[in-house]
Design a protein around this ligand. Sequence first.
Ligand code: TYD
Ligand code: MG
Length: 451
Amino acid sequence: MVKKINIFSCVSCGYESNKWLGKCPSCNEWNSFVEDAKFKGKHAAGEYRNFGETGVMALPEIILSEEERIKTGIIEADRVFGGGIVKGSIVLLGGEPGIGKSTLALMLAGKTAEQGCKVLYISGEESLAQIKMRADRLKISSNNIFLVTETAVEKIAALIEKEKPALVIIDSIQTVYKDGVDSVAGSFTQVRESGAHLLYTAKKTGVPIILIGHVTKDGMIAGPKTLEHMVDAVIYFESEKYLQFRILRAEKNRFGSTNEIGIFEMTDEGLKEVKSPSKMLLENLADEKTGSSIVTVMEGTRALMLEIQALTGRRAYGTPQRTVTGIDYNRFLLILAIMERKIELSLESQDIFVNVAGGIKVNETAADLAVAAAIYSSFTERPVSTKTVFMGELGLDGEVRQVKHLDLRIQEAQRLGFNKCVIPAKSKPGKTEMNIVMIKDIREIAGIIRQ
Ligand code: TYD
Ligand code: MG
C-alpha cells in the first residue's frame, strides 16, 4: 500500500517538516521550503539498502575486483575523478545550463568507447539526431557508443542490467521519473526517488553512472542538490571564477581528493584541455611594467600564475574612488591601510583600481604582497620586472607572513621562465635556480621595486 504524506522540504539542505516554514531551522535559509510528497511503503528510498550482498562479512573477506577505475584519457577530467571513474560509482555532474555538461559527457563517452568499452548514453533532453550532430562536431564516431532516449527510471535500470555497459551517462536527472511518485519529473521527490533507484542499480551491477544535473548558482533548481549526500562524487562544471576557462571541480569525492581541478576551454570543436593555464594567462606580457605584479596562487595542488594590475591617480575633488575586481574588497582596504601606515604612502587622495587580469578571482591571502607591489609600483611610477613573482601574506603590523605550498609555487614560476621570487623571510624553499629574495616587512618593498 502506498500512503501519501504531505511534506515540505528545504531546497538548500533537505530539512523536512510537515508544515511550511518561512525560515529553515537547519540552514537558516529564507523561503526555501517547497511542497513535496513523500511516500511511505513500497516507494520509499529505504527500499534500496541492500546492494545484492549476502550479509555481514569480515573486512578481509571482501574481495575487490581488479580493475577498479576507468581512465577516460581526458587527463583534466580523470584527475578530478581521482584517477578515473570508479566502477559501480554514481557521479553527479552538475552545472549551469549551457556550461558544457552534455559536451563533456559525450567526450568522456567517446574516449571511453575508443578503448573498446561499451558506453550507454541515455538522454531525456535531446533527440538522437541532436546528439549525433554534437558527436559529429566533436568528431566522435565509435561503434561502442549506444544512444537511447528514455526517461522512465525502471526502464533505464532494466536497460543497464541488460546491456551491461562499462559506463552509463544519463542526461539529465531532471528528466527522469519514477512511476507511482506523484510529482513531475525534475521535482524534489522525483529526483530523490529516481536517484535512489539508479544508485541501487549502479551498486548492484557495478556499472558506473554519470548523472547530469542542472544547478543554478544559488542552487534553487535544487533537485540535484538533494542527491549530493547520496552519490559517490559531486563534480561541478563552472566558469565564474575563471571567465576564460571552464573549471571541473570535485565538491565531494568518496574516491579521491576534492582539491583537484580540471581546466577546459570551449572551442568550436568542443572542450579543449588546458594543460598550462598560466602560460595562456601570461601571454603578451612585456618585460617590465608599471602597476603590475605576478603572483602564484594555488588551486588544489596546482599552481596558477596570475597578473595583478593596479592603477592609481590623484583625485582633484570629491571622495576618491576604490574599485577592485578579482580580489576581496575588505582585504584590499586592509592592504591599503597597512601601506599607508607602514610605508607612509599618502594614498588617501588617490583613486585606486585593482584588477586581476583574465577575469580571475583570487581569494588567497598569499596574494597580499603582489597586490601591495602593484599598487606601490603604480603610485611611485616605478616599473616592476615581469620576471619577478611575489608571494606573501601581510600582517597588520606590516610583517610578511608565510605561505603554504611555497615549493610548488616556486617550481611553477621557474618552469614558466621567471627568475626572481620575493618570498617571506624565514621560509625554507627547496633547492631552486631562482633568485630568491626574502623580505620580513612591507617596508622592504621599496628596495625591491627600485627606480
Ligand atoms: P552543452 O554541452 O549543451 O551545455 P549543457 O549540457 O551544460 O547545457 O553546450 C554548451 C554550449 O557550448 C552551447 O551553447 C554550445 C557550445 N558549444 C561550443 O561552443 N562548441 C562545441 O563544440 C559544442 C559541442 C558546444
Ligand atoms: Mg545538456
